[in-house]
Design a protein around this ligand. Sequence first.
Ligand SMILES: O=C(O)C1=C[C@@H](OP(=O)(O)O)[C@@H](O)[C@H](O)C1
Ligand SMILES: C=C(OP(=O)(O)O)C(=O)O
Length: 409
Amino acid sequence: MDIQIQKSSIDNILKEIEITGSKSESNRLLLLQALYPEISIDNLSNSDDSVLMQKALESKDSAIDIHHAGTAMRFLTAYFSIQDNREVVITGSSRMKERPIKILVDALKGLGADIGYLENEGFPPLKIKGKKLSNNKVTLKANVSSQYISALLLIASRLNNGMELVLEGKITSVPYIKMTLSLLDELGIQTEFKDNTIKVKSKDAKLQLQRFTVESDWSSASYFYSVVALSAIGTQIKLRSYKSNSLQGDSVLSAIYKQFGVETTFENNSITLHKSSIINSQSRIELDLSNAPDIAQTISVTAFGLGLECNLIGLHTLKIKETDRLVALKTELEKLGAQVAITDKALQLKPATHIKGDISIATYNDHRMAMAFAPLGLKTSIIIENADVVSKSYPQFWEDFKAIGFIIK
Ligand SMILES: O=C(O)C1=C[C@@H](OP(=O)(O)O)[C@@H](O)[C@H](O)C1
Ligand SMILES: C=C(OP(=O)(O)O)C(=O)O
């Protein structure tokens, strides 16, 4: 379903939105809950990816289809590798079959796992024969996706001798690794991350009953940051339920969006975003997003909407996400009149003086393409193709967008 967003504006009355739980925290906690049933989880994400993760963990089938859910694919590969005497085929969407998994599979095989490729070497679908893993030390490349590392860490405490991971190369998406380690620490699983080595102690005993409340999703909050940045001075939106000491790396939004004139106030488990200043059109946005890749699309579109120059680096993981996000961003921003240059890891946007109207934005089965471009409805009338892709991480997105004042047909 395509939708049309008419040129809209947000009034000055404070709007409040409750955003679903973090997809990253939820998918980790679901896997940990399968390993340690003493865990209970509040404010679980209602995203497609978390629903698919939960169903896969509950399923007794020998065939699992994880659709577009990358973290779920990687985490479940590790999980099924240690399910003794169970054989599973895990597959996904056609895009999932193009998203590399060899680094993780090689690491698991190094630990003793039995995993085979059913189509192309290095890519899903995989056939996994679960067994007890005999080794505990493995070396892997850390500059392609942190999801491989988190997948290993999540099962590490269930191995007889724990796990020692030696990470090669520049470690990417580090906050996601730290999130995994923090959750293990909260469970009383001992971990150590020093230089390029991570150690996790084995924990076979039962845990004390543990109740976790998932913080709301910061990547989803980015679209409201963009809305406030593109709105008039005085515009405010309140988002629940967030905290200042987040486990999510995308909470860096509160610092980044100051450059777009948006101030963030933390109070009683919520954040209020407030457009407090107009940004000089000569200013330039320069960011390294290797620790926060999921907000690259939002930031590029905000900068374009404000007519600012923007240079983003550290984008090397974007090519293997739901789509090649670098190419998708360039193609769709240029339809609107932008001038964009990309490499395999960087994006440069020239300051724009005009935004074309009634342009139809393709979304490439990527939720973040749909949500990142939507705030441009404050500047022009825009069409978002296959708008229901948002359900991958944020099923209520369009309802919430209407609730803050967007006119959607
Ligand atoms: O571990 C996680 O929950 C995630 C890690 C990141 O992936 P990469 O490490 O591949 O960049 C991020 O892009 C993804 O949306 C979620
Ligand atoms: C990259 C993402 O998800 P995944 O890798 O889990 O498919 C995302 O949500 O932006």
